[in-house]
Design a protein around this ligand. Structure first.
Ligand SMILES: [Zn+2]
Length: 412
C-alpha cells in the first residue's frame, strides 16, 4: 500500500507568540550557519563552503551547540534538519552543474517557519473551551493553544506528522502534514512523454495522441500580476518609504497579488489533475518529464523571454504531476531533455524550429511542443533520433478548463 505525506492548511488568528517563535527559529538557523563555520574552521577549511564534506559527526556537533529558551527540543531539531537538507540539495545542484552559481545555505534570516513534531503536538477535543491544538514549547514555557474550527476534520489526527506555523502575506496559517495511505492501484503499461513548454504548461504524447493543455489563462494571470506590481511600484515611488500611505499601499498590493497567486495555483492544480486523470483512464504506467534543471539559469533568452521563462512554474508543475501521479500508482521519471525539441521524430534530422510549427525537410510537420513530447517519450524508450515511420494523430488542444472566474486579462 503506497503512502505519502499530504498537507492541509488552516488560517488562524494571530498571537504575539507566533512572531517570537519565528524569530527564535531564525536565530537557531543563524546559529547553524555560525557553528558550521566554526566546525569547518577547526578542521582547517577556512573558506570551506565550496567543497566540504560533512556527516553525522558534524550534525551531532552542531546539535549539541544549539539551544534556545523558547522552542521545543524537536522544533529546534527541525531547524537543524532543514539546514542540513539544504546543504544536501546545494551539493546535489553543484554536482549536477544545473545552476550556474549555487550558493551554500549560509544566509542569515530574521524570521523562519517554525515546525512542531509529533511528540510536541496534542489535540484537545470536547473540553469546555472547545476544540483546539496544543503545541509544546521548551520546558517551563507555556504551551501555544490554537482553537480549531468545529468542522476541521480531525479523523486523521493520529497520523499527523508535523505542524508548520507559517506567515503568508499578513496571515498566519497552520500546515498539518500527515501520512496518507492509498489502495494499491493497478499499474498501466503505457508510457507518456511530457514537455512542460514555455507557451503551454503541459504537452503530452502517448504514442498516438498529442494533447496540448492550454496555457493562455495562466499566462494572462502572470501578465496581470506583472501589471499590478508595476502599477503599485509607480504609485509607491511617489510617496515616502515607511510612511502611513506607503504601508497602506503595501498592504493593498499584497492583497491583490495574493488573490492572483491563488488563481494561478488553482489553475495549475486543475490542469495537472486533468492530465493525471487522463493518464489513469488511458492505462498509463509511466510519465516521462524532461529535466528542467538549469533552464532558467544557464541560458539567456533576452529580457522579454527571460521574464516569461522565469515565471513559468516549471518546478511547480512537475511537483504537482509527481505527487498526483504517485497517488494513482503512476511512476514519474525525469530524463535529460537536450535536443528533444530540435530533432525530427520521423527522420532524426536536427533543426531548430523557428515558429510554432516544426517543419522538417523530409516533409514532417507538427506542433513544436508536440515534437518535444514525442522525443522525450522516444528518448526514454531508447529510440530517440532513430528514423521511424509511424502513424500519428493530430495534436489536440484541450479546451480551457471550466474556470469559475471571469478571466481578468491585462490590456496591452
Ligand atoms: Zn524529418
Amino acid at each position: 500500500m503506497p503512502s505519502f505525506y499530504r498537507t492541509q492548511t488552516l488560517k488562524i488568528e494571530a498571537q504575539p507568540i507566533f512572531s517570537e517563535a519565528h524569530a527564535a527559529s531564525a536565530a537557531l538557523w543563524n546559529g547553524c550557519c555560525f557553528e558550521m563555520d566554526m566546525y569547518q574552521w577547526q578542521r582547517g577549511y577556512p573558506h570551506a563552503h565550496r567543497d566540504f564534506y560533512f556527516g553525522k559527526d558534524c550534525e551531532g556537533w552542531i546539535d549539541r551547540k544549539l539551544s534556545h529558551p523558547l522552542l521545543h527540543s524537536q522544533s529546534r531539531q527541525a531547524v537543524r534538519e532543514r539546514y542540513f537538507k539544504s546543504w544536501l540539495s546545494y551539493s546535489a545542484v553543484k554536482k549536477s552543474g544545473g545552476v550556474r552559481k549555487p550558493k551554500p545555505p549560509n544566509k542569515r534570516k530574521n524570521y523562519m517557519t517554525t515546525r512542531w513534531k509529533k511528540s510536541a503536538i496534542r489535540f484537545v477535543e470536547g473540553s469546555l473551551f472547545g476544540k483546539r491544538v496544543e503545541l509544546s514549547m521548551a520546558q517551563g514555557q507555556p504551551k501555544i493553544e490554537i482553537p480549531l474550527p468545529n468542522n476541521f476534520d480531525m479523523s486523521k489526527a493520529e497520523h499527523i506528522a508535523t505542524i508548520d506555523l507559517c506567515y503568508n502575506y499578513g496571515h498566519w496559517t497552520l500546515h498539518f502534514s500527515y501520512v496518507y495511505h492509498t489502495e494499491t492501484p493497478e499499474t498501466g503499461k503505457e508510457v507518456v512523454g511530457v514537455d512542460i513548454g514555455e507557451i503551454h504548461p503541459i504537452v503530452s504524447h502517448d504514442g498516438q495522441d498529442t494533447h496540448i493543455y492550454n496555457g493562455r489563462y495562466i499566462r494572462s494571470l502572470y501578465r496581470y500580476r506583472n501589471k499590478v506590481l508595476a502599477d503599485f511600484s509607480q504609485t509607491m515611488s511617489r510617496c515616502k518609504r515607511h510612511s502611513k500611505r506607503w504601508w497602506r499601499l503595501t498592504r493593498r498590493k499584497w492583497k491583490r497579488i495574493r488573490k492572483i497567486d491563488n488563481q494561478i495555483k488553482d489553475a495549475l492544480h486543475k490542469q495537472t489533475t486533468k492530465f493525471v486523470k487522463y493518464c489513469q483512464a488511458k492505462g498509463i504506467g509511466t510519465i516521462i518529464l524532461g529535466d528542467l534543471t538549469g533552464i532558467r539559469n544557464n541560458i539567456d533568452y533576452g529580457k522579454k523571454t527571460n521574464q516569461k521563462l522565469h515565471q513559468w512554474a516549471f518546478g511547480k508543475i512537475a511537483e504537482l504531476i509527481t505527487y498526483k501521479a504517485k497517488a494513482l500508482g503512476i511512476k514519474v521519471k525525469v530524463i535529460d531533455e537536450s535536443y528533444t525539441s530540435q530533432t525530427c521524430p520521423k527522420c532524426g534530422n536536427r533543426k531548430k524550429p523557428n515558429n510554432r510549427n516544426y517543419t522538417c525537410k523530409c516533409g514532417f510537420q507538427y506542433h513544436r511542443d508536440g515534437v518535444g513530447a514525442i522525443n522525450i517519450r522516444e528518448k526514454y524508450l531508447g529510440h530517440f533520433g532513430v528514423p521511424v515511420v509511424a502513424e500519428m494523430g493530430f495534436p489536440r488542444m484541450t479546451p480551457p478548463l471550466g474556470f469559475r472566474l471571469e478571466v481578468p486579462v491585462a490590456s496591452s
